[in-house]
Design a protein around this ligand. Structure first.
Ligand SMILES: [Cu+2]
Length: 142
C-alpha cells in the first residue's frame, strides 16, 4: 500500500522537472551579445548611457540615452561625440548623433583610429546651454 506515498513524491518531482526545463530553456535562449558595451556618464543635469554594438576600429554604431538626473523633461536637442586617445594624443573629428525622440539619439561613424583605451566626450546641447559627459572604454581591432 505505498501508492499514495509514491504519488506524493512524484508530483513535486514533476513540478521540479518543469521548472528545470523552463530555466534551462531560458538560459539557452538568452545569450547577451558578448561584443556589446554599455557605459554611463553624467553631466551637470543629465545621465548619459552609451551603448556600443561593438567598440572597434572602423565604423561604430552608438545608441545614446539621455535622461535628466532629477527625472524632469529632457531639454537636449543635439548630441555629438568626440573621441580622444590621451596616451597617444589622438583626437577624432566630432561625430553628430541623430535624434530619435524622447532623449534618445544614435551616432554612426568612425570614432576610433586604433585599438586601446579611448575617452569619449558626449556634448549635449539644448535650451539650457551645453553640458559634457565623459566615458572611457577599451577598443579592439576587430
Ligand atoms: Cu596611435
Amino acid at each position: 500500500m505505498s501508492r499514495p506515498r509514491n504519488r506524493a513524491v512524484l508530483i513535486p518531482l514533476g513540478v521540479l522537472a518543469v521548472v528545470v526545463a523552463a530555466v534551462g530553456g531560458f538560459l539557452l535562449w538568452y545569450q547577451p551579445d558578448p561584443l556589446e558595451v554599455s557605459l554611463t556618464g553624467t553631466s551637470a543635469n543629465y545621465t548619459v548611457q552609451l551603448r556600443f554594438d561593438h567598440p572597434t576600429v572602423g565604423t561604430n554604431t552608438v545608441d545614446i540615452a539621455v535622461d535628466r538626473r532629477d527625472h524632469g523633461p529632457v531639454e537636449v536637442d543635439r548630441v555629438a561625440l568626440e573621441a580622444v586617445m590621451p596616451r597617444m594624443g589622438h583626437a577624432m573629428p566630432q561625430l553628430s548623433a541623430e535624434p530619435r525622440g524622447q532623449g534618445r539619439f544614435q551616432a554612426r561613424g568612425e570614432l576610433f583610429l586604433m585599438a586601446g583605451v579611448w575617452t569619449v566626450s558626449v556634448r549635449l546641447h539644448g535650451a539650457g546651454g551645453g553640458e559634457l559627459a565623459t566615458v572611457t572604454l577599451p577598443v579592439s581591432t576587430s
